[in-house]
Design a protein around this ligand. Sequence first.
Ligand code: ADP
Ligand code: MG
Ligand code: MG
Length: 207
Amino acid sequence: MGCTAEDVAAALRAAAETVAEHKSELTDLDRPIGDGDHGENMHRGFTALTASLAEAVPETPGAVLKLAATTLISKVGGAAGPLYGTALLRAATALGQEQELDAAAVKKALRAGLDGVVARGKAEVGDATMVDALAPAVEAADRVDADDVAEVLAAAADAADEGANSTTPLVARKGRASYLGERSVGHLDPGARSTALLLRTFAEAAR
Ligand code: ADP
Ligand code: MG
Ligand code: MG
């Protein structure tokens, strides 16, 4: 059995809780290398998304992701809003009218999301951004053979954790942190951390 629109909505509600729990952590990560607003930005967006989902859950998984995309684009702001929004919009488009998502659909959505972030932000792996969490997550998801959404997302979440942690020793080459040059070394990228948190939440929701 695959993930329905209702399952996707539940995963996004869980993500909103995770973001609320980690709001200060994300903002603290953004303070030394950015402008100290990543937790607030994400929290504002996911709070609005929870409110929209409480009014009505769209009928397909893709339509739910599209609602998430437009809500995050309009509410998160900063760099992360358009990047996460584009990821979700591309994922939604990749899913089309599919009613239930199997492992292959989830892999396809993750890949489309990564392509969207890269198209929008032009970051490569090693630039110390959310791409450092998302790109290895997509690769790890693709390596899972089983037709098991939870397994695919668990592999993605594990790789995203490792990828996020890999940003600490890097010189940031995109976004605000890049303005610091070498002084960005030694700091975990906030967007990579939020990506890892979101994927972990989706993996747990799929179990
Ligand atoms: P802002 O920097 O505008 O205040 P946020 O603090 O909400 O926005 O988000 C910052 C995060 O956005 C960074 O930690 C990084 O992961 C991500 N980011 C910024 N620029 C890019 C980019 N060009 N490509 C990918 N991710 C980026
Ligand atoms: Mg910021
Ligand atoms: Mg900002």
